[in-house]
Ligand binder design. Sequence first.
Ligand SMILES: C[S@@+](CC[C@H](N)C(=O)[O-])C[C@H]1O[C@@H](n2cnc3c(N)ncnc32)[C@H](O)[C@@H]1O
Length: 449
Amino acid sequence: MNIQTELFQSRTIEHLRKNGNSFIDPAFAGNKSLPIHRWIPWIAGFSSIFVQDVLQRYLEKPGRVLDPFSGVGTTLVEACLLGHEAVGFEINPYAALASSAKVSSLKINSGTLKQPIEEFNKFCSRSSKSDYVPFSKPPEAFKTRIAFYNPKILKKVLTIHDFIATITNPVVRDLFNLSFGATMVRYSNYSYEPSLGTRKGSGKSEFDDYPVVETMKSKLAEISEDIQRIKSNSSVVPGDGIVIKDSFFNVGNHLKRNSIDIVITSPPYLNNYHYNRNTRPQLYWLGFALSTDDMKELEERNFGKYWQTVRERKNIAWDFSSPPQNLIKTIEKLRACNPEKGVYGGGGWANYAITYFNDCYRLASGIKYALKRDRSAFVVIGNSILQGITIPTDEYFGEIAEICGLKLLEIDVPRKTRIGNSIISSDVRVTKAKKNHALYEAVVVLKKK
Ligand SMILES: C[S@@+](CC[C@H](N)C(=O)[O-])C[C@H]1O[C@@H](n2cnc3c(N)ncnc32)[C@H](O)[C@@H]1O
């Protein structure tokens, strides 16, 4: 009997809600100072310590770890560092670049970045002293309300791009691109608040000039230092990690049935946080998006899509049989809210919520397909408030997973307060929701029977 089975076999359905007793707080904040995880700020990530803890407790020998929504790679990096094999799915090419560069960096020699960094320093210092005219161009299709970079900064950015274009080693090039992606908004006229908006809009002044090259250099130094630190501190040979740049809904095209030992993941929440809009600068500047069509395609493929994408469609229907009765009732209540607001009222949000829960069913089906029997999935998910109605997303997801044929073992709430996001602070909020409802984050534990 494996640890997962042993631990859970005596639990009954009444004991499923654990109220914070079982897991470490999954909030990403802790990652900000940790080697490798600190390379990229990511609002919707989870903590490496949470992943480490789950892996150490529930995967007793080297195994195959899956993250269907790998984001910037927290699960993958931790799994590889503990000697497991890791597989991730990610549709956002910038996030996929980040996770894949991180796992690849575990396999390179600690000094690999030394020479390219020296060459970068020389190249930038030479071009700053001459009348260097960069050959790189800003991405044509990247339209912004105000200039993204002021001219002096733009010239430095394009010079950096000229250098990156000369790098032939793909891992080194990815790490340079990642350094640019991680820092590029910092020297722009935009900022994350946490959604992307103009600096002026949030009361900050624009930058006429900025030490762009120095910022890149310190990011590269951080990356190089972390690779060396990890190499010298770890006695475990890191496992292989891959990132599949496709939707998890196509899992059957990439993985064999019953091939995964554990799933640790966090899907997008029902909060309309717009991964694609918020990474628009990176997607365009790194050449992943060439037109608005590319952005639209990403929106369509995103788990749960977005409110903006579905609000104007005819009433969206359930696409799996027998959705939980309490979920149906909640959605009906939501649909009936604020009809005078048209698509901005309950109807538009009900469409979004149904799309989201339809995708929860597809997620549960994918997990069921990929997991070996008796193995578990740990899904971090936040609840939500739409039009003032609290939606216990964790409970509904657990029930949907059961409908799909998985066993719901436990729902733990290690994080009882979570900062609201676009929904709470946008013009579609219902102000009293702030006072009356708490946002939390839960870990839903499922087992394949
Ligand atoms: C909550 S974040 C995951 C963060 C991750 N746990 C981390 O620590 O970096 C959810 C991720 O799912 C990705 N995503 C959305 N829809 C997807 C799909 N259909 N297939 C694969 N990835 C998807 C988003 O781009 C986003 O990066």
